[in-house]
Write a protein that binds this ligand. Structure first.
Ligand SMILES: Cc1cc2nc3c(=O)[nH]c(=O)nc-3n(C[C@H](O)[C@H](O)[C@H](O)COP(=O)(O)OP(=O)(O)OC[C@H]3O[C@@H](n4cnc5c(N)ncnc54)[C@H](O)[C@@H]3O)c2cc1C
Length: 410
């Protein structure tokens, strides 16, 4: 484990993509941090992640372009297809085209690769102490900072003090529960079936280097390449009765049982999609949960404590921007932290003021996408007609991809 080289100014609860991004952005600004992760090792689930140009731009700004090039795929187009007939309804050019419009390309990457490159970058900054097996339990505000109680290795209790605490502890955030005192996340009844396979095991016709969104009724699927294009990621999202054991994210069902459920959910879809599902092995299933839309800056920071990533604004994955917003949060938090003439609570408020509306808008758009992607009857006919006639104009999202993050001024 990395030891601190200086007294930490901030404690970060959680070492997922959001927590590591925060540690990197802050240490790049010269702020020493201590990151507390409850798990025994820094890991990420075996699944893919899409990074829009708004996110790639931030990563490039952190000097991660070549690390990203070593692991990412760079799809040339996003295709919207009917899951019922297989028809290509619309295409949005990505690659050089989107890079020219927004200053960075669209990337797709294995989550573990993104997590590892962030971790390596944090470690090379030398200003972060990274502690595994440290579960944040509670915090207390003090006049000049915050006191955090954790349980460490061998159940040893520990108390740490710093100027600020950042809750980057994900959907089920303990820091959020203590700060906002709100109810736990709600299950949406939507399930995400996920799988990753090497492209070489697939017949040529099923291999794919583009992002492809299959839209049906009450379901949609998204496939894209990861690991430099060598692997194919597929996620299929359905609306079903939750199995009785649906408590966590990675439901305890055997891959065969999951594949069987999925094949049932895909009855009536076109044969290219069904063929793809049949060839993919090792399915896992997640129950998707959500919380309300962020309502104001007080939902992201109060006093010496701020929330970041899924702890602040969990969202349905229908805009593929949850991790992206965590990375943007990290960049804005670090800019706000560098306003050294301000007191800590004001710096955190500036961060929250700059982030909450954008996060709320992305949460709302993700919800709306879910309704559009899963629409039925006349709504579905209208959706397909709209995509056929408006094409890329409907799929491009300039306010999302083109936004310039503010430099930290209120
Ligand atoms: C099916 C699916 C597809 C998705 N696709 C995309 C996509 O294409 N693009 C995109 O940008 N986003 C996508 N997302 C969203 C993205 O996965 C999340 O938004 C992102 O991973 C959130 O990162 P985080 O660091 O905030 O939280 P997490 O990844 O949940 O990390 C939280 C960390 O905190 C630790 N922790 C929890 N409690 C404590 C505690 N008390 N003390 C210490 N540590 C603690 C946990 O162990 C964990 O390591 C997708 C999500 C799903 C479900």
């Amino acid at each position: 484990m990395t030891e601190p080289s200086a007294q930490a100014e901030l404690l970060i609860a959680g070492g997922g993509i959001g927590g590591l991004a925060a540690a990197l952005a802050l240490t790049r600004q010269g702020a020493p941090v201590q990151l507390l992760e409850q798990a025994q090792a820094f890991t990420e689930v075996g699944a893919g992640i899409q990074l829009g140009p708004n996110v790639v731009r931030v990563l490039q700004g952190w000097g991660l372009q070549s690390a990203l090039e070593a692991v990412a795929a760079w799809p040339q187009q996003l295709q919207a297809r009917s899951a019922l007939t297989g028809e290509v309804l619309a295409r949005l050019p990505l690659g050089a085209d989107i890079a020219q419009r927004y200053g960075a390309p669209y990337a797709t990457v294995h989550r573990a690769d993104l997590h590892s490159l962030l971790l390596a970058a944090v470690q090379s900054q030398g200003l972060a102490s990274l502690k595994l097996q440290s579960v944040v339990q509670s915090f207390e505000e003090e006049p000049t900072g915050v006191r955090v109680s954790c349980v460490g290795e061998n159940s040893a209790a520990q108390t740490l003090s710093a100027q600020a605490l950042i809750g980057a502890d994900g959907l089920w955030s303990r820091v959020r529960t203590l700060l906002l005192k709100d109810a736990p996340p709600r299950a949406t009844g939507h399930l995400a079936y996920r799988v990753l396979v090497p492209q070489k095991i697939l017949p040529h016709a099923l291999r794919c280097q583009d992002v492809m969104v299959w839209m049906g009724e009450h379901m949609h699927g998204v496939q894209y390449p990861v690991c430099g294009g060598d692997w194919l990621n597929l996620v299929v999202l359905t609306e079903s009765q939750l199995p009785a054991d649906a408590q966590g994210w990675d439901l305890p069902r055997s891959p065969d049982a999951v594949a069987q459920d999925l094949r049932k959910a895909l009855r009536g879809t076109c044969s290219p999609l069904q063929d793809l599902v049949r060839y993919m092995e090792g399915w896992r299933v997640w129950s998707l949960c959500e919380r309300g839309i962020v309502q104001g800056s007080h939902h992201m920071a109060q006093g010496h404590v701020a929330l970041l990533g899924d702890a602040a604004h969990p969202m349905l994955p229908y805009l593929a921007q949850g991790a992206g917003m965590a990375i943007e949060d990290a960049q804005v938090l670090a800019s706000a932290w560098s306003e050294r003439s301000l007191a800590v609570p004001q710096r955190l408020q500036h961060y929250a003021q700059q982030r909450w509306q954008r996060n709320a808008r992305v949460q709302q758009r993700a919800q709306r996408n879910g309704q559009i992607f899963h629409s039925t009857g006349l709504m579905r006919v209208g959706r397909d007609w709209g995509l056929r006639s408006l094409g890329a104009r409907l799929m491009d999202i300039p306010w999302l991809y083109g936004a310039q993050l503010s430099a930290g001024k209120p």
